[in-house]
Design a protein around this ligand. Structure first.
Ligand code: MF3
Ligand code: CO
Ligand code: CO
Length: 254
């Protein structure tokens, strides 16, 4: 396992990439409305990233992924491919944006509601959001990755939801998905010891029903096996000597 430590200059570039990714999520919020297709959301994000930000949408052609963002609606857990699907009132959608600027990646996702969400959908999104922040709060030099996973798992299961096991957070930098894997479950005090200068994502996928998922025949779309709702939030974070710096803060966090 090669976990990269970012220099001060690299950290600055990660700050820029992270800010741009968050800006895309801030920008797209106004467009997430009944009647829009996920493909239209993709086009708007693509054009903003390329033409306004002069950056690169990392998902496009990544291992054959055909679009510039991921749009995961309702029981889609992650990696939903934007397309003809029209959003309708009551839908909940995760939009996941990763941009490359000056060679470095910024990766972040949020939940959006079309109209008013069900009580369950709101709770599920809240628990995923809280779990992400409880995980982030564990980050500091000298802490261990198991501390992050344990904090998230504890919160999710206390709320009688489940943590997806097959997909996880990751190191990030010049490479989209670097070591280490950041599991969203586990035991405190175990796993890799964190060091200042590591940059990681924390991105728990939380299901209303069972944790099991399945991959659709398109090779990308991951859905809950029991068709229960799923929610996810994601930040890119820098580990520091005393704690952490979140690089993808946006309007959802202020
Ligand atoms: N952004 C996702 C993540 O958080 C990865 C998407 S890979 C893609 O790691 F190819 F589906 F875009
Ligand atoms: Co990620
Ligand atoms: Co992401």
């Amino acid at each position: 396992m090669t976990v990269t430590i970012k220099t001060a200059e690299e950290q600055d570039k990660m700050r820029v990439a992270g800010r741009l990714a968050a800006d895309v999520l801030d920008m797209i919020g106004a467009y997430v409305q009944a009647g829009v297709t996920t493909g239209q959301l993709d086009t708007i994000c693509h054009d903003y990233i390329v033409e306004v930000q002069k950056a690169v949408p990392a998902p496009l052609n990544y291992r054959g992924f055909p679009k510039s963002i991921c749009t995961s609606v309702n029981h889609v857990v992650c990696h939903g491919i934007p397309g003809e699907r029209t959003l309708k009132s009551g839908d909940v959608v995760n939009i996941d944006v990763t941009v490359i600027k000056d060679g470095f990646h910024g990766d972040t996702s949020r939940m959006y509601f079309v109209g008013k969400p069900s009580v369950q959908a709101q709770r599920l999104s809240d628990v995923s959001f809280e779990g992400m922040w409880l995980g982030i709060a564990e980050l500091a030099a000298g802490k261990r990755l198991g501390d992050v996973g344990a904090a998230i798992q504890k919160h999710v299961e206390k709320n009688r939801f489940s943590v997806v096991r097959e997909y996880c957070g990751h190191g990030i930098g010049r490479v989209f998905h670097e070591d280490p894997q950041v599991l969203h479950y586990g035991s405190a005090g175990t796993g890799l010891e964190l060091k200042a200068g590591m940059t990681l994502t924390v991105e728990p996928m939380v299901n209303a029903g069972k944790a099991a998922v399945k991959l659709l025949p398109d090779g990308w779309t991951v859905v809950t096996k029991d068709h229960s709702l799923s929610a996810q939030w994601e930040h890119t974070v820098l580990v520091t000597e005393t704690g952490y710096e979140v690089l993808t803060l946006g309007s959802a966090d202020r």
